[in-house]
Design a protein around this ligand. Structure first.
Ligand code: SF4
Ligand code: SF4
Length: 116
């Protein structure tokens, strides 16, 4: 049996206390505070080979994108709603077929975060 050491128990308790002291954060509220400057002429994301998505087993893009940019079409291809992208970068590394072309939006476009 894997028993926790006293040090681990103290650290877990400390993390729990910190968690209780923090104000709750609601992701939807944060998303609502973002500003998008959508580039209507040039998408910064695209699927390199739509046919490859049809044979993709995990279709991770449907799950790892926090804002649901990727959606499955009836023919097995993936539609990319790049306008909602918050530029987290997950799809640069998580597509199992390295099938997503990702670049930063052009200057003046993309998502704007505000702090505080
Ligand atoms: S994870 Fe990559 S290859 Fe698989 S369906 Fe999504 S975009 Fe296509
Ligand atoms: S960069 Fe992040 S938010 Fe944008 S499409 Fe990829 S996973 Fe979704």
């Amino acid at each position: 049996m894997n028993m926790k050491s006293e040090k681990e128990i103290r650290e877990t308790e400390k993390v729990r206390q910190i968690g209780e002291e923090l104000e709750p954060v609601f992701v939807d509220d944060i998303l609502m505070s973002l500003k998008y400057y959508v580039d209507e002429e040039q998408a910064h994301l695209k699927i390199k080979d739509s046919e490859a998505c049809k044979t993709c087993v995990g279709r991770g893009c449907l799950y790892f994108c926090p804002v649901g940019v990727y959606s499955l079409q009836a023919d097995g291809t993936i539609q990319v709603g790049y306008q909602s992208c918050i530029e987290c970068g997950s799809c640069r590394i998580r597509c199992e077929k390295d099938n997503i072309e990702w670049k930063n939006p052009r200057g003046g476009f993309g998502v704007a975060y505000k702090f505080g």
